[in-house]
Design a protein around this ligand. Structure first.
Ligand code: ADP
Length: 997
């Protein structure tokens, strides 16, 4: 049976995989038949047996056939029982099909299993999750929303629990102890952002180990992997909080001038369009319009593409084609000058496609008349050099002038940035489209669902710019505490796999970024859906009218219809039109996942009409009601093509599940954004020109193709945006891994003291680099003075200048470090070891967190800065990498400084603190060894004594029988101290560590 399916459906590049699976599937089924003879107890006990065998070294691959067979057999035994899923009773009536076994194998092998809607992906995931959970590690499944996480964990939990595994699910707003319990289970369900935010909280914010909730990043299956790794990947996860702003934001001050500029442009374009229309309306069929008119159209396309007259003119295929041609001419290299001068007639140019708005010289002069340099950033480095060279300046005056230059720079760059963002706010963001103003706040509208995204803000000052535009109070910008992109979060997993109905169009991206291959799994039963050609209309109105007619007719027949819309606004418009036509219907727009799942599951009943945005009711499949099959199954009427093909395929896939009949049809109008921005005007217009004269809608396979091409262009563009975001994030990601690694060690408090002492030593050494300009030479007296001052203010103990002058650098490093070490260990007298550990941990955590958060802000600024710099023909990414590296070095430096400064600043009681201070004072006064048994290095020589013998490091007094590890160059030896001592004293060996006392 399986083999015949294989022959029928396998495409060439998936065939190999399927062929390999065939014997495995056979084996699983044979085992499963055998297991049918076992008692429940015997079958259940297999789980422990497998765990044991795996612990003893048997690989998961070897266990796969038996494990899968056990899961399948358990599913069979559960048939006839009921599970409680989201407070409803649900009868269990599923046993894994062969194609589901294949899907399970693909997932276990870290692949993306492309399985059509209704193929039962929820059940497929149970196989690899069970298998991988045998390792004892936490295995995870990512769902698109909270509701599905809960539903699927409860539904499949019925099976897992029977098999003796634990299941948990993460929900939004869940308290941390419940989260921890859920991650403590064998298998955990949850959404990508919950998982990602938990990671950020665990690694970037937790202050004690028991505040961390996640266990492993071992095996993760991402359901609807395309929508999570591709659609959601455009916005990173950010944990942020308010920040104290140093300066008044520039937006309110610059709002008026920018608004004025936009007004000027509106008037300019309207005038141009009136002029152009006058000529074009009069022009005869066989005559070409003047170049001037074409220029005017071009200016409108680049200056105000939503101008009404312009849009009207563009409905005429002839003008659209001519403009397209003109655009091509002007884009050529020879016409560069002409294009430039043309652009200079505008105040600014807009690119809706790239989301950009650029000031022209005219615009700049209008904004800042008589200030030609207002938009050029001052050249700071040159100014610094000038100031340094100017001998006539006093030290103070120079510092003052430097400060002024820096302030001027900051002001200029802030103004340039603010003007850029305001321009975007006015030219590209429309109220009630991209955002709404509600209760004095600007709120973002999700472009996919039309839903208000509560609490989300555009970054980089854009949100404040829109607030300034709307005249509402500017909310404070937030400071980022922790951030990660979805991509980089999921790349952490040792094993990643995914499921979806539609991955093929993005297969190369999955491969490039995640090293995931896509395999198309054949359907259980052949798919017999009929996909009709697209129908193209001139206007949106005509399109909707047609849709209503089509829906009403189907409704009359009794055939259920699912109407797909691109936005909430569109679904409401259609709803009103249907109400007028007296067609009963339900509207869903992804607001209430749970309630919607219920409605969607009814969408296949006789005569049902359901309007849904493409997010609504996701993950719930539509079963056909009685008598519907005979009427042709579910009819999907999509009222718009989405930007990307994948979303369209998802919508189509809503019908014809499991071999059901079904039909789908897309309706498109020239006013749709996709067509306006991306459709190949040449082909589309020439076809439309003919047909639209008769006022007929157009239908032709060729049009589907041309729309597909437009979508591919958008997909390509989105891919490069995501890739770019990732390239930037990769830089940050490396740094994040180092910092989180350090932070985690501090948090686990494994060796905080050692880490701190290493940091102290490094800091001291770095500071001594200046004191000893030549590593083997003498100390510089003035620099040594500075060092002494720093030492006493940081550690509250003195180090004598003479102590430094009389020693080599290596000796001073040891002397200075060992005193700190001694003082810290001495604190054990007053503080318990536990408390001291806690204090040490906090010193590190505080230093890490403060500096890392500053680093995040700095990196954001940097990114903004390099994009300004891209004017200078440099690759911004390289600039960013170089600067980021320097910034990280500064961070590590500051982290050291802060750790040193924090070390003796905290104690649990006044008494402990006082004692610490007393001891520090005592140590400073001591002229002999500072602490009994610290090191030989603290022995002080009189200032004028000759240089001491070459110094060798000795750790605290070592017993004669202690075993130590010593090192000289690359060589190490483990010896009793009584033997090693001589080597250390006389032959230049160093003690690395004491192995036993
Ligand atoms: P998908 O996520 O692939 O679209 P679901 O996991 O939601 O599909 O399952 C679709 C429907 O198919 C569910 O109602 C489920 O009960 C049913 N189903 C899945 N697998 C089987 C099976 N092996 N036998 C019977 N019904 C199944």
């Amino acid at each position: 049976m399986f083999l015949s399916i294989l022959k029928l459906f396998a495409g060439s590049h998936h065939r190999k995989f399927l062929r390999k699976c065939a014997p495995l599937v056979k084996r699983i089924n044979a085992l499963e038949t055998e297991y049918q003879k076992l008692s429940d107890e015997q079958l259940r006990s297999k789980t422990d047996e497998f765990k044991l065998r795996h612990a003893k070294g048997e690989s998961l691959d070897a266990l796969l056939p038996e494990a899968f067979a056990v899961v399948k057999n358990a599913a069979r035994r559960l048939c006839g029982t009921t599970a409680i899923v989201c407070e409803h009773e649900l009868a269990w009536e599923m046993v894994h099909f062969d194609v589901q076994l294949v899907g399970g194998i693909a997932l276990h092998q870290n692949k993306i299993a492309e399985m059509a809607t209704g193929e039962g992906k929820t059940l497929v995931a149970t196989l690899p999750l069970y298998l991988n959970a045998l390792t004892g590690k936490n295995c995870q499944l990512v769902t698109v929303n909270d509701y599905l996480a809960r539903r699927d964990s409860e539904w499949m939990g019925h099976l897992y629990r029977w098999l003796g595994l634990t299941v948990g699910c993460i929900q939004n707003q869940m308290p941390s102890d419940e989260r921890k319990a859920a991650y403590g289970c064998d298998i955990t369900y949850g959404t990508a952002s919950e998982f990602g935010f938990d990671y950020l909280r665990d690694n970037g914010m937790a202050l004690a180990p028991d505040e961390q909730v996640q266990r492993d990043h071992y095996f993760c299956i991402v359901d609807e992997i395309d929508s999570i790794l591709i659609d959601e990947a455009r916005t990173p996860l950010i944990i942020s909080g308010p920040v104290a702003e140093e300066r008044e934001p520039a937006f309110p001050r610059l709002r008026q001038p920018v608004a004025g500029l936009v007004e000027l442009q509106i008037r300019l374009v309207t005038r141009l369009m009136n002029e152009a229309r006058e000529e074009l309306e009069k022009i005869a069929e066989n005559k070409e319009p003047s170049a001037d008119s074409l220029d005017k159209l071009w200016l409108a396309a680049h200056g105000m593409p939503r101008n009404r007259i312009f849009l009207r003119l563009m409905e005429n295929g002839r003008w659209r084609k001519l403009l397209e041609k003109h655009e091509g001419v002007l884009a050529s290299e020879i016409e560069k000058d002409r294009r430039f001068h043309l652009k200079e007639r505008l105040y600014f140019s807009i690119s809706e496609r790239n989301h950009e708005a650029d000031l022209s010289q005219l615009g700049r002069d209008t904004l800042r008349p008589g200030e030609p340099d207002a938009f050029v950033l001052p050249d700071l480095p040159t100014r610094y050099v000038e100031l340094d060279r100017d001998e006539s300046l006093t030290h103070e005056r120079r510092a003052e002038l430097r400060g002024e230059a820096e302030a001027a720079y900051a002001q200029a760059s802030e103004d340039i940035h603010a003007i850029g963002q305001l321009l975007k706010a006015y030219a590209l963001y429309e109220k009630d489209k991209q955002y709404v103003v509600h209760e004095g706040k600007v709120k973002i509208v999700d472009e996919n669902t039309g839903r208000i995204m509560e609490g989300r803000r555009w970054s980089d000052g854009l949100h404040q710019a829109v607030e300034a535009k709307e005249g509402v109070a500017l909310e404070k910008e937030n400071k980022t505490y922790a951030t990660v992109t979805i991509q980089n979060y999921f790349r952490m997993y040792q094993k990643l796999a995914g499921m979806t109905g539609t991955a093929e169009t993005e297969a190369s991206e999955f491969h490039d970024i995640y090293r995931l291959t896509v395999v198309a799994i054949p359907t259980h039963r052949p798919c017999i859906r009929i996909d009709d050609n697209d129908i193209v209309f001139k206007t949106r109105k005509e399109k909707y009218q047609f849709a209503i007619k089509e829906i009403a007719e189907a409704h009359k027949r009794g055939q259920p219809v699912l109407v797909g819309t691109a936005s909430v606004e569109a679904s409401e418009t259609l709803g009103r039109m249907l109400a007028m036509a007296k067609v009963p219907h339900k509207i869903l727009n992804a607001k209430h996942h749970e309630a919607e799942a219920d409605i969607v599951s009814m969408a296949g009943q006789l005569g049902a009409v359901t309007i849904a945005t493409n997010m609504a009711g996701r993950g719930t499949d539509i079963k056909l009601g009685e008598g519907v099959r005979e009427l042709g199954g579910l009819y999907v009427v999509a009222t718009e093509r989405h930007e990307v093909r994948r979303v369209d395929r998802q919508l189509r896939g809503r019908c014809s599940r499991q071999g059901d009949p079904g039909r789908s049809r897309f309706l498109v109008s020239l006013e749709d954004d996709l067509m306006r921005l991306f459709a190949n005007a040449g082909i589309v217009s020439s076809m439309l020109e003919k047909s639209f004269k008769e006022g007929e809608p157009l239908e032709h396979p060729f049009l589907n193709h041309s729309i597909g091409t437009a979508q591919k262009r958008v997909e390509g563009q989105n891919y490069s945006m995501r890739k770019r975001l990732l390239q930037y994030d990769d830089v940050l990601n490396q740094q994040r891994q180092i910092i989180y690694g350090l932070r985690n060690r501090a948090l686990q408090a494994v060796d905080s003291r050692e880490t701190i002492m290493n940091i102290v030593e490094e800091e001291i050494e770095a500071r001594l680099d200046v004191v000893f300009p030549d590593a083997d030479g003498d100390a510089d007296r003035r620099a040594a003075d500075t060092f002494v001052h720093w030492y006493v203010t940081t550690f509250h103990m003195r180090i004598d200048l003479e102590d430094i002058l009389a020693r080599t650098k290596t000796q001073v490093v040891l002397l200075a470090t060992d005193r700190v070490r001694a003082l810290q260990s001495g604190r054990e007298e007053h503080e318990s070891a536990e408390v001291l550990k806690y204090l040490e941990r906090n010193v590190l955590l505080r230093a890490v967190d403060r500096n890392w958060q500053n680093q995040l802000t700095e990196m954001e600024d940097l990114r903004r800065g390099v994009s300004l710099r891209s004017y200078a023909q440099k690759d911004p990414l390289n600039e960013y990498k170089a600067e980021a590296f320097k910034a990280f070095e500064r961070l590590m430096q500051q982290l050291r400084t802060d750790t040193c400064a924090g070390l003796f600043r905290t104690a649990t009681s006044m008494e402990a603190l006082e004692s610490l201070m007393r001891r520090a004072q005592g140590q400073a006064k001591a002229t002999g060894p500072a602490e009994p048994g610290t090191t030989e290095a603290t022995e002080t020589k009189p200032a004028n004594a000759p240089k001491p013998e070459p110094f060798r490091r000795l750790t605290p007094k070592i017993g004669r029988n202690a075993v130590v590890r010593i090192r000289k160059g690359p060589e190490t030896q483990d010896l009793k101290w009584k033997k090693a001592e001589a080597l250390v004293r006389d032959e230049g060996w160093e003690v690395v560590e004491t192995l036993s006392e």
